[in-house]
Design a protein around this ligand. Structure first.
Ligand SMILES: Nc1nc2c(ncn2[C@@H]2O[C@H](COP(=O)(O)OP(=O)(O)OP(=O)(O)O)[C@@H](O)[C@H]2O)c(=O)[nH]1
Ligand SMILES: [Mg+2]
Length: 194
């Protein structure tokens, strides 16, 4: 992506803290540690989203404003056992509050770990996206960890488990090797233009 400027526009736990709705947003959802912040950094060619080996890093909704013309939204990661129960229930409320009433949101990119079957929470998250009409793009992260054969097998499994249709995109990426983002980027740019 050609990024001339990228800035953290807001860090929000609730609606009153969201930025204005005058520009389009693309959100990234997925389990804690799946690689959301890493993918965002890769797409934007800069280290703007904080990444970490210790899961549960992003616990707020972080809005990054790009070229003054759209936003990339890093949603808080779910499914991290060591995060206290109160935080994990807030997590659901936080995400749903955002999804249910955000007119400028155009798509939720769902991330899953290519090595494993989608978790129950991955399925729930994707169901929410489907419910609100934001589904259709799934990214399988950490593709560098599998052989070609394993990758083909797991992509079919993920497609089946999330009940993806033929039109739905399932894109393997590796933030480590910096591969697989071309197709995703093209699709996101199409969405932003449309
Ligand atoms: N091998 C490999 N490691 C990756 C990849 N993407 C992310 N990681 C690593 O996975 C860990 C978590 O990455 P983050 O991008 O912080 O994950 P996150 O989804 O933002 O996590 P939370 O903020 O906790 O929700 C980091 O140690 C990354 O370096 C990838 O494609 N391949
Ligand atoms: Mg993160």
């Amino acid at each position: 992506m050609i990024v001339k400027s990228a800035e953290l526009a807001a860090v929000a736990a609730r609606k009153a803290q969201y930025p204005s709705t005058d520009i389009k947003e693309l959100a990234f959802a997925g389990r804690s540690n799946v690689g959301k912040s890493s993918l965002i950094n890769l797409l934007l060619n800069r280290k703007i989203a904080r990444t970490s080996g210790s899961p549960g890093k992003t616990r707020t909704i972080n809005f990054y404003q790009i070229n003054g013309s759209f936003r990339i939204v890093d949603l808080p990661g779910y499914g991290y056992a060591k995060v206290s129960r109160s935080i994990s229930s807030t997590w659901g409320e936080m995400i749903e509050e955002y999804l249910k009433d955000r007119p400028n949101l155009i798509k939720v990119v769902q991330l899953v770990d290519i090595r494993h079957a989608p978790t129950e929470q991955d399925k729930t998250m994707y169901e929410w996206s489907r419910h609100y009409g934001y589904d259709g793009i799934v990214v399988a992260t950490k593709a560098d960890k599998l052989s070609r054969n394993e990758m083909t097998k797991n992509l079919a499994m993920i497609r089946r488990e999330l009940a993806l249709t033929e039109e739905d995109l399932l894109i393997p990426v590796s933030a480590l090797k910096k591969t697989g983002t071309k197709e995703l980027e093209a699709e996101l740019l199409r969405l932003l233009e449309g």
